[in-house]
Design a protein around this ligand. Structure first.
Ligand code: URA
Length: 209
């Protein structure tokens, strides 16, 4: 599976297992997702461009390295992407944020767009698309297709969980987009849910079920 980064760090795996449990409360699910997103931000920004700046410590001058967080755009696929977005913003607070509203048609499972709002000058920015579940891949494919119209410098996709079907679909449509995930589960069921998965991420984040 080329271009898939499986984040196997023990802290990530531990938190993901706690989130999967059906008895995890909305509160703990949200908190764990937040923590996981911070850890995943660490991995996905590993190759971020840095620049040198001159600073002074209490003892002497030196050249330090900084990132330009403003060049980064987190694009959250509504509504579940918001759970990852919060955690990522807490480690890159200067990042810009875009939102894409897509819902899954329950019959066809295809993605229907209802909202699209991005920062300006996307051609000058690196995009990290976030959505907890890469299941059928339809939303991710539609989101990336739409984003490519704005010609950003790069696009990465971050999810908590995926499955072979989701990876295949996204990679077939967008082989240039790397996928970062904490787990590759067994399969999709007939309703487009990942097995064993963690259920409906949006409902679990927002307590809507
Ligand atoms: N979306 C979810 O929230 N859960 C799944 O298992 C698949 C898609």
């Amino acid at each position: 599976m080329g271009n898939v980064h499986l984040i196997e760090h023990p802290l990530v795996q531990h938190k993901l297992t706690l989130m999967r449990k059906k008895e995890a409360s909305t509160n703990s699910f949200r908190r764990l997702l937040n923590e996981l997103a911070m850890l995943m931000a660490y991995e996905v920004t590993r190759d971020m461009h840095m620049q040198d700046i001159e600073i002074e410590t209490p003892l002497e001058k030196m050249t330090g390295k900084v990132i330009d967080g403003k060049k980064l755009v987190f694009v959250s696929i509504l509504r579940a992407g918001g759970g990852i977005l919060d955690g990522m913003l807490s480690v890159v607070p200067g990042a810009r944020v875009g939102h894409i509203g897509l819902y899954r048609d329950p019959k066809t499972l295809t993605a229907v767009e209802y909202y699209f709002k991005m920062p300006q000058n996307m051609h000058d920015r690196d995009v990290i698309v976030v959505d907890p579940m890469l299941a059928t891949g339809n939303s991710a494919i539609a989101a990336v297709e739409r984003l490519k119209e704005l010609r950003p410098k790069s696009i990465k996709f971050v999810c908590l969980l995926t499955c072979p079907e989701g990876i295949k679909a996204l990679q077939t449509a967008h082989p240039d987009v790397p996928i970062y995930t904490a787990a590759i589960d067994r399969q999709l069921n007939d309703h487009g849910y990942i097995l064993p998965g963690l259920g409906d991420a949006g409902d679990r984040i927002f307590g809507t079920k």
